[in-house]
Design a protein around this ligand. Structure first.
Ligand SMILES: Cc1cc2nc3c(=O)[nH]c(=O)nc-3n(C[C@H](O)[C@H](O)[C@H](O)COP(=O)(O)OP(=O)(O)OC[C@H]3O[C@@H](n4cnc5c(N)ncnc54)[C@H](O)[C@@H]3O)c2cc1C
Length: 364
């Protein structure tokens, strides 16, 4: 790129690429820096777009942002497939939450009662109703619920489509890592480097390891179930994400670790829970076992907005378990902020100063 970019984006994961696409589409000159685009958490992510089944106790503001982003997904997916001429496994069958034993069901029910109480769309189903929808479920499954608005996308294909769309809109990819923000010369710099954001900004983003398996249906056919299944099986929490390609993603561990080793114990627990819920999975090929690092934050919510004391630098990081579902809303709000200089009210709970202010309070 010969001229100084209006916007430099550090990180070509789903978040950075979606911001690049949106900014370039608004006529800005955009450069995206990354030594290995798409090699972060999105490389292993399952791609659940689950504002309901992933809504946990005590995260009300995050739940609002998840719902807002999920509502933007249909329009975002339609625009992206038109802009890229690519498909990325966006599917809308919905999610079934299931419990294997009485205790598992009690655990699942506790969470979905909370979700129902918030007015989120989730409806309990009897075991017979569950099996009508998904005959592949084990006969032992004691009950569950359906979250019809919880959808899915294939994150690897999403990143590929975003690269094409951003490139066609005029964004340039600059291969190579950024080691200091002062090395980047641009009107605005957006740090969208996932776990790499901590070293660049000092923000409290930490790696949260997740191990994931990929199975493949025999004979290259589609998996024997269509819904995303989020299950509790003998105390283990597991999800199963079926793709049209025949792939089933089985995930995921949640570990406060920064390595990406795959352990025998995690593979054993994930497979046991998966096969307990859907017995036919025992016949599938095991094609991949991998681990990725979620960009976690102290309150599990993303960090979006201006970096205090660093004029012209914005953060778009810390998406933790939700970076895929939060991609549309993040890209829209950050792009609006860059183009108009105005911060949308929706951003207010997620700005970086919630942590820097806390640090100042601690030290004063
Ligand atoms: C096991 C697992 C399962 C998940 N499942 C889901 C799910 O079902 N649904 C969901 O919504 N989310 C899920 N996530 C979370 C999701 O993957 C992340 O929140 C999302 O990928 C964050 O996107 P990102 O673009 O911010 O970061 P990343 O995807 O991590 O990408 C960061 C990019 O920045 C680059 N980078 C880093 N440092 C630098 C630097 N110094 N200079 C230049 N480039 C740099 C990296 O090379 C990388 O390409 C899952 C994550 C894991 C690990």
């Amino acid at each position: 790129m010969l001229t100084r970019p209006d916007v430099a984006i550090v990180g070509a994961g789903p978040v950075g690429l979606a911001i690049a696409w949106r900014c370039a589409s608004r006529g800005l000159r955009v450069a995206v820096h990354d030594p290995a685009p798409g090699s972060g958490a999105s490389q292993v992510a399952a791609g659940m777009l689950a504002p309901v089944a992933e809504a946990y106790f005590g995260e009300p503001e995050l739940i609002g942002l998840l719902a807002e982003s999920a509502a933007r997904w249909p329009g975002f997916a339609a625009e992206l497939s038109e802009a890229s001429d690519q498909e990325f496994g966006y599917r809308t069958e919905g999610t079934l939450v299931v419990g294997l034993t009485g205790d598992d069901l009690a655990e699942a029910r506790r969470l979905w009662s909370y979700q129902e109480g918030l007015g989120l769309p989730i409806t309990p189903l009897r075991p017979s109703q569950l099996r009508e929808r998904e005959p592949a479920l084990a006969t032992r499954v004691r009950g569950g619920a359906v979250a019809p608005g919880d959808h899915q996308v294939d994150p690897r294909r999403l990143v590929a489509a975003l690269r094409v769309a951003a490139g066609r809109a005029g964004a340039t990819l600059v291969p190579g890592a950024v080691s200091r923000l002062s090395d980047v010369d641009a009107g605005v710099t957006v740090v969208a480097a996932g776990c790499g954001a901590a070293a660049l900004t000092g923000l409290p983003v930490r790696p949260v390891k997740g191990q994931v398996l990929r199975l493949r249906a025999p004979g290259r056919g589609a998996p024997g179930f269509r819904h995303v299944l989020r299950g509790y099986a003998d105390g283990e929490s597991v999800y199963l994400v079926p793709r049209d390609s025949g792939e089933v993603v089985v995930g995921a561990t949640v570990e406060e670790r920064a390595d990406t080793e795959v352990t025998a114990g995690a593979v054993l627990r994930l497979l046991r829970a998966a096969v307990d819920l859907v017995p036919e999975l025992a016949e599938y090929d095991l094609v991949e076992a991998a681990a990725g690092l979620r960009p976690g934050t102290p309150d599990n919510a993303p960090i979006l907005g201006p970096l205090p004391g660093r004029p012209g630098v914005l953060a778009a990081t810390g998406h933790h378990r939700h970076g895929i579902v939060l991609t549309p809303v993040t890209a829209d709000l950050v792009t609006d902020l860059i183009v108009t200089g105005q911060s949308a009210p929706l951003l207010a709970p997620f700005t970086p100063d919630r942590f820097t202010a806390e640090e100042e309070r601690t030290w004063n």
